[in-house]
Design a protein around this ligand. Sequence first.
Ligand code: ATR
Length: 277
Amino acid sequence: MTKRCFIIGHPVAHSRSPLIHGHWLAEHGLAGSYERVEVPPAEVPALIARLRAGEFVGGNVTVPNKEIVLPLLDRLSETARAMGAANTLWMEDGRLYGDNTDAYGFLAHLDACVPGWAGRTETALILGAGGAARAVIYGLVERGLSRILLANRSPDRAVELAAAFPKTVEAWPWQEISGLVGQSNLIVNTTSLGMSGQAPLEIDLSGLRPGTIVDDIVYVPLETPLLAEARLHGGIPVDGLGMLLHQAVPGFERWFGVRPQVTDALRAKLEADIPAG
Ligand code: ATR
């Protein structure tokens, strides 16, 4: 039987996940499918019923359904519970499981780009306080980072997210971000600023210490203005495409029983699909 998987979102047409899973299915010679399904929030329960009935073996969940899906699941991973959101679903022994692989994807890509980064990172600066920021912070706390500075345009959201990690995360005003650059060994942009068609991220990197890792989870364009600027100041740029690729690994393994690799060939395929900045 051909195993079918989905990605459900609203909108979902932009998702590049079918390219990733399609590449792995072909690479491993597996008879499976991975389909985009446009599912507005009100239709999520009906889609979940189709999954439970056996039409699909599992799938991914994207905006705005990651939170909506939670009460419909039987078992949540610790990470999904902590995030309050699931992006990966699968059936196992008649039960519907949910996990959140965003933190894993973020860390796996950082590990691949800058081996040993955690050992020399004391302070991280995180820009943004949405779901992506929560995943990044969760991952960094898991790796034992002792100090995380968090700044967001809407200060209340930064304060609320910081309160979830009281010993480690400090909320700072958005206006202060340039002044925090020099204290940080790792800077992560989790906002949509710098994405094609969005406003630029305005931050002065002149105080950047050489060797500081600057990670932008935006990947359209692949080299954002933030990463280009970081390179000029001796920073180590880490792009957002790798997080997208790595977060897909655990789902594919659950659905198809093979742990896939994030290879240069896969990356090249995705890069070819991303318009230049
Ligand atoms: P995600 O779940 O992908 O993180 P989100 O919850 O919509 O998405 O969060 C988007 C982030 O980008 C937020 O931190 C948002 O700031 P606000 O909380 O103030 O909305 C940030 N963001 C989006 N547009 C921005 C802008 N023009 N200036 C500053 N921050 C912006």
